[in-house]
Design a protein around this ligand. Sequence first.
Ligand code: PMP
Length: 360
Amino acid sequence: MSALAQECGAINLAQGFPNFEIDPLLQESLIEAASASAHQYAPMAGLVGLREQISNLIAQQYNRNVDVSQILVTAGATQAIFTTIQALVHAGEEVVVLDPSYDCYEAPVLLSGATPVRLPLNANFKPNWDLISAHISTRTRMLIINNPHNPSGTIWDETDFQALEDIMLKHPNLLLLSDEVYEFITYSDRHQSINQRALIRDRAIIVSSFGKTFHITGWKLGYLVCSASLMKEIHKVHQFLVFSVNSVAQHALALYLKRVEVASLSEFYREKRDLFRSGMSRSRFELLPSQGSYFQVASYAPISTEPDTDFCIRLAKEFGVAAIPLSVFNANGEDRNLIRFCYAKTDDTLEAAIEKLCKI
Ligand code: PMP
């Protein structure tokens, strides 16, 4: 869709990346790091100074004390997810993935010789706990969850966490991969993390992404948090996949995390969300709730009944705005005439897109 957007000069609200400048404080931290001697291999698990800052962040946000040995700095969440699955999932096992799902879960499961079991979320994008429970057996090695959710922007409530705990307690060998890359982008409620769930967090691998948190997707820097015994296995793959990740970026983030107020991030995105939603309320699209992440799902049912992939191609070519069809996130291709817009864009970009979308 990004390629199509470029080809036909459409405004790109498709791919989930911000198009605005980074925080000047982060830029300063980067310059400082690049001017210092930060150019050789970092330690395998990540700079201790950065892992200390991550540990502080987890303590502040979630009141959990995590030793730096339980943190691994990765080349984005993608590598954290790949490494975790390669290290912990074996041939013949099953991994439950909830659809619509982001596309980086299935491939590492298949490469491990395991079977992805892709189960649909409910129509409101909340987990269908009865369905999940019915598909978890002794063969199931891992359940992958994503909250706040890409593509829907939905966030979990307490009943979801309790249902998850019930399942995890019923299946003592089940591992949990919790993709929380949008943890700092929630609106009505503060993010609830698996870091706060003492009953199950020792069997969880919690993944985050500085790319999402600080609008630096191109830096490809993220981290995971897990118990010492899981980390021992994960290190074995990480060591031979990347050994260690970009040293300058790690130094810069270690400096920046001392200077930044992470809690203000949601406010920044809330303004963008509200701008986009209020502009789009004049259009014929029907907007679903956007409780977290920087995605807005919209139904185009009042405009057309054509397949969502065809609609998105036409939207880019004829109307000049690129979006992502939701059916591509579903293993069964289910198409509910829904598309995803990314509102992590400058106000000018959003206003120009709204103007076009309101003409349809
Ligand atoms: N998980 C989800 C839900 C995502 O949306 C993304 C990025 N689009 C990732 C993981 C990958 O993050 P990173 O860019 O840090 O690899």
